[in-house]
Write a protein that binds this ligand. Structure first.
Ligand SMILES: [Zn+2]
Length: 69
């Protein structure tokens, strides 16, 4: 991913002109609308709703088992 930037400098790579530009609505070089920068959150850890349900179910079952013992 070319968007990986170390440090506090926040910038994105313009998909239109491939230049590194500061986060803004529009690219200062080509004037095209920039996409919103991707936030690094746990959403990158892709789980389907079924997997999330199973994970919660597994946790609940484990907790019940621990309490019951
Ligand atoms: Zn641009």
């Amino acid at each position: 991913m070319p968007e990986e930037v170390t440090g506090a400098a926040k910038s994105v790579i313009c998909p239109h002109c491939s230049r590194e530009v500061p986060i803004a609505k529009r690219c200062p070089h080509c004037g095209q609308i920039l996409p919103k920068p991707k936030k690094k959150s746990w959403k990158t850890y892709k789980l389907t709703p079924v997997e999330i349900f199973l994970a919660i179910l597994g946790t609940v079952v484990l907790l019940i088992a621990l309490v019951a013992l």
